[in-house]
Design a protein. Sequence first.
Length: 121
Amino acid sequence: MLAAFAEVRRRAPRAKLSLVGYSFGAGVGYGAAVKDGGIDNIALVAPSPRLMHGPLGEFAGPIQIVAAGHDQFCSVEETTELARRLGAAVKVIEGADHYFVRFRREVASLVVSFIGPELSA
C-alpha cells in the first residue's frame, strides 16, 4: 500500500490523498496511512475493532467511520469505542448489515462528502 501512495504522489504531486478502507482492509489501510504520514484523511467503512491493533490514535488528520447498525461482526458500541480511540466521527446507517446491502449509495455519499466535499455537489 505504501508503494501505491508513492506512485500516486509521483503521478499527481499536488493531489490530496485520502484512504478508504472497508472491513479488514480498514485496519490494514489505517496502519499504512499512519506509517506513510502523508495521507490527508481516512474513511473507514465497517471496520473490525477486534482486528485493529497497533498504532491506534496516531493519525493526525480527520477520520470518519461509517458503521452498520446491524453489523454481524461488531456492535455499534464496539465501533463507537474504536471511534473514540481514533478521534473519529461516526455515522451509523440504521438497518444496514456489514455488507450494506441496499445501503451502498448512502455509504458512497457519506464517504465522498467526507473525503472530497467539493465532489459531492
